[in-house]
Ligand binder design. Sequence first.
Ligand SMILES: [Zn+2]
Length: 266
Amino acid sequence: MLHWQWQQAFLGPVSPAALLRRLGGRVLDVLLPPRCLLCRAPTAQPHQLCGGCWGGLRLIEEPACPTTGLPLMGQRAAIDQYLLMHRHARREPWRALLAASLHDNAARALVHRLKFHDDEAPARFMARLMFRRVHGHVPRNALIVPVPLHRRRLWARRFNQSMLLARHLARLSGLELAPELLRRVRYTTPQTQLSGQQRRYNLHHAFAVDSARGQMLQGRAVLLVDDVLTTGATARACARELLAAGAREVHVAVFALASQRDALHI
Ligand SMILES: [Zn+2]
């Protein structure tokens, strides 16, 4: 009786099975408290950053430039004018480049964790921030397409980090995932080892829309997903291929935007 009262007071009415589950969960929490994805400091929730690492993340908010993805700084009227002009004069094959954060400090460390450790936790966290950025910008019938890796590199690394982000983004957004739609048909030198012009040449005819799946693309919007955008050469080559194969428009979602500038002052 006393035990029952204790249980009522602290836990509420519960079945023995639920009580065991609760106790089990608490034991696990004590044994394995949630830790920061980057520095391993204790955190309140699992799959999060601690306050210090979170402070090192520079998230991109609206208003942002649809062409470069950079945050826009200036008078509201000037920003509205800028956005209006960009709606007509598009300098890139994408309708909008939606980057969750700038590629420095914590963002760089997360991208590194994602790329070189076969670990789901950073992907889940990064996709949540990407979802926050793309939400409301992409048509409801858009297809999610990850930037593909060549099968030789996939074999060496065992997983495609863009695919991992795309899968989580599809789950969060409810958008349809088309993982095999775009293929990397030519093995290319890693882009990081090349200059801007070499990058463009390197990616010439590197991607192709799978002929068996091309039909699903007709007239659809696409959300192309990658972890980082540096010069944009990869996203540009993919977007052009998707548009040539029948996509109505392409939006690009990346976790981190590597840029010389951290904002456009207008
Ligand atoms: Zn931390």
